[in-house]
Design a protein around this ligand. Structure first.
Ligand SMILES: [Zn+2]
Length: 123
């Protein structure tokens, strides 16, 4: 699967989700259609929790269109934590982190290995 970019509408939704769950964290699964990330799925039991310390990848719905994940860092920098890196690879290739002050500039995308990657925003 080659992902070309993320739908602008979904990116805005992720940023708003970060803002509305602040100061708690959210975690969702990202799904692609025809190479564009444009949908999200909730991970059971993970939305709006105080921390992402534990969650089990076995709880993830099996989905061929799974592209990655998105979550917020209400108090941390926009880069993956050690805990993030442990689950990234089980959730796909592209991982978005959003954080305060939750503007259009406050997001980053990383590979499953935690390296920054470019994701085109597609209107
Ligand atoms: Zn994190």
């Amino acid at each position: 699967m080659i992902v070309k970019g993320i739908r602008e509408e979904l990116l805005d939704l992720l940023i708003r989700l970060g803002e509305s769950t602040h100061p708690r964290e959210f975690l969702v699964i990202l799904k692609e259609r025809d190479g564009i990330i444009e949908e999200l799925d909730l991970v059971p039991g993970t939305i709006s929790r105080p921390s992402s310390a534990s969650f089990s990848p076995e709880m993830l719905p099996l989905d061929l269109h799974k592209a990655g994940s998105a979550h917020s860092h209400p108090s941390g920098p926009l880069r993956p934590s050690d805990a993030d890196l442990r689950y990234f690879s089980s959730m796909g290739r592209y991982h978005i982190i959003v954080g305060p002050p939750y503007t259009r500039a406050d997001w980053r995308c990383f590979t499953a290995k935690g390296e920054p990657c470019e994701l085109e925003v597609i209107p």
